[in-house]
Design a protein around this ligand. Structure first.
Ligand code: AR6
Length: 369
């Protein structure tokens, strides 16, 4: 396409500088109309079918050029009123050049527009989030290349929650309670407690409390797979599972979240020991590391392992908050927001009570030993 455009320009420029220029310019009496009649293959003698075809395209674009260029419109109006000091022949020649430039400009605009439309149409064809038959790699590439605004057209939900609508953590004053960490107001701005469905959050990444196969299940895992659409499972199948405490990333497909980070929490139905604690901390830490490695700056966590896997929520909350606090202390520049997404009213209460220990209002620090 670029080649055709430059070929067109050189074809047009050559006759403008030499002989055929006078014939072309003398024929101009206004942009578009006479121009259309003069620039026929016969009169221009551009000598070639390719040039002839292109020139026709430009001629058709001439009236549109007026819409884009006020200069052209003014010049045409002056000419038709017989205004100006130039001789009619010089004026026509000048007008001809303006009209020609306008025509070429309009054509270039039309060219760019048709290219853009082509790309958008091709993109729309690639993004079918409702069928498992689609190519997940192609769909992922297409979706990840889009701006948030354009990706919104592909969400499978209409009621998403954008990041600006998720309040940041504001620690309550008072400070009589002993805390585990110093107050850091900058970190407070990076923390949110959100009560609701994680699949609605328009963030860079949501974390999934998955199972080792990564092929979907119940709880939040099931909700995420349903909301993302069938291509999520196809990509998950390519990852060959995930060990407890580790994390793997996929595209979010039909979700408002750009990515899903899948982590596998410990099964704690037999009670919580050091191993389970360590594994749960690893889930949070590896998920955050995976997020930052993929330039995801906003991440939402569900209460990993506290549902079907049976980790007591009142213990899990400490592992979650401590790990996030420590990660942010070290890597605060890599993340804009970490959201603790709670689904049950009891979990909301638990986080409201525990958050001030890790993100306090005052700096009355208790020894961590
Ligand atoms: N949004 C936010 N949180 C939710 C949602 C939601 N839509 N749905 C549930 N939760 P669970 P686990 C909360 O059982 O204990 C699956 O079958 C829920 O209230 O989803 O890590 C997997 O495939 C709870 O607080 O995950 C695994 O086999 C939290 O999410 C297994 O369950 C986690 O509960 C993983 O069990």
């Amino acid at each position: 396409m670029a080649l055709q455009t430059s070929a067109l320009f050189s074809y047009i420029r050559a006759p403008l500088r030499t002989g055929p220029l006078s014939r072309v310019c003398a024929g101009f009496q206004g942009a578009g109309v006479r121009f259309k009649h003069m620039l026929t293959p016969g009169t221009l003698q551009l000598g070639g079918n390719i040039a002839t075809t292109h020139v026709r395209g430009h001629i058709k674009a001439a009236p549109r050029a007026k819409e884009f260029s006020t200069t052209t419109t003014t010049a045409v109006r002056k000419s038709s009123q017989g205004n100006g000091s130039s001789s009619p022949r010089r004026c026509r020649g000048w007008l001809g050049k303006v009209a020609l430039r306008a025509a070429l400009g309009a054509s270039a605009v039309a060219l760019v527009q048709s290219l853009h439309t082509g790309v958008v149409t091709a993109m729309a064809r690639k993004v079918n989030l409702n069928s498992a038959e689609g190519d997940w790699k192609e769909t992922k590439d297409s979706l990840l290349s889009l701006s948030v605004k354009k990706r919104r057209q592909h969400y499978r939900t209409s009621n998403f929650v954008s990041l600006e609508d998720v309040l940041v953590w504001t620690p309550a004053g008072g400070g009589s309670e002993q805390t585990l960490y110093q107050r850091n107001e900058k970190l407070d701005q990076k923390i949110s407690l959100y009560s609701g469905d994680i699949t609605k959050l328009e963030v860079d990444a949501i974390v999934n409390a998955a199972k080792k196969t990564l092929l979907g299940g119940g709880g939040v895992d099931g909700a995420i797979h349903r909301a993302a659409g069938p291509l999520l499972r196809n990509e998950c199948a390519s990852l060959h599972g995930c060990e407890t405490g580790e994390a793997k990333i996929t595209c979010g497909y039909g979700l408002p979240a750009k990515y899903v980070i899948h982590t596998v929490g410990p099964i704690a139905q037999g009670g919580v020991g050091e191993e389970e604690k360590k594994a749960l901390r690893s889930c949070y830490k590896n998920s955050l590391t995976t997020a930052t490695e993929n330039a995801a700056r906003s991440v939402a966590f569900p209460c990993i392992s506290t549902g079907i896997y049976g980790y007591p929520p009142e213990q899990a909350v400490h592992e979650a908050l401590a790990t996030v606090r420590e990660y942010l202390d070290e890597h605060h520049d890599k993340l804009d927001r970490v959201i603790f997404c709670v689904f049950l009213p009891t979990d909301k209460e638990l986080y409201l009570q525990t958050l001030p220990l890790y993100f306090p209002a005052e700096a009355t620090v208790k020894s961590k030993l």
